[in-house]
Write a protein that binds this ligand. Structure first.
Ligand SMILES: CCCCC/C=C\C/C=C\C/C=C\C/C=C\CCCC(=O)SCCNC(=O)CCNC(=O)[C@H](O)C(C)(C)COP(=O)(O)OP(=O)(O)OC[C@H]1O[C@@H](n2cnc3c(N)ncnc32)[C@H](O)[C@@H]1OP(=O)(O)O
Length: 128
């Protein structure tokens, strides 16, 4: 199961509401799960998003539970290309942490990245 996260090494940067996280990932052949050829399985993408959002929440803080993870798949993600996972906090209300995340993939132009997937998520910190 750990191999699902092979190559996942997030880095963190301070953000006004906590930390933002990002990880550039190149999947190994066993991670390149597709139902349709050339399109990475959406459930696997959601798993990766849940992971980076959870890590973003808990960096130097208490862990939190996923309450919702609303994921929009705007473009398919090629299984063998680079993908940039990103997560950042949008709003914090008591124990509720609202976050956004995205998966970026290379665009048509050199050095151009496009958002293939966008996620709105709510994580809840445990009661004290
Ligand atoms: C296929 C192979 C898989 C392989 C992977 C295997 C293993 C992975 C290994 C390693 C993974 C590594 C790292 C982990 C990566 C990711 C982990 C992510 C974290 C999770 O995977 S975690 C599990 C999934 N997750 C749950 O299992 C949650 C179930 N649920 C609950 O446990 C409760 O529901 C809880 C705790 C969420 C809240 O409960 P609570 O009692 O603490 O708080 P309460 O209900 O009072 O809500 C407080 C305020 O949040 C609002 N609120 C609550 N829920 C809302 C919702 N859904 N939408 C909108 N608002 C919501 C209320 O309206 C209120 O708002 P207000 O205060 O304004 O009134």
């Amino acid at each position: 199961m750990r191999s699902l996260f092979e190559g996942y090494r997030p880095t963190f940067k301070p953000h006004s509401l906590g930390y933002e996280a990002e990880s550039l990932l190149l999947l190994t052949p066993s991670q390149q799960m597709c139902y349709y050829d050339g399109k990475l399985f959406g459930g696997y993408i959601a798993l990766l998003m849940d992971r980076i959002l959870a890590d973003c929440c808990k960096h130097k803080d208490k862990p939190a539970f996923t309450a919702y993870l609303n994921t929009s798949f705007n473009h398919s993600v090629p299984p063998s290309g680079p993908m940039l996972l990103r997560a950042w906090p949008e709003k914090v209300e008591g124990r509720k942490v609202f976050l956004k995340g995205s998966v970026r993939i290379p665009g048509k132009e050199a050095h151009d990245w496009v958002d293939a997937v966008r996620t709105d998520a709510l994580f809840i910190r445990p009661k004290p």
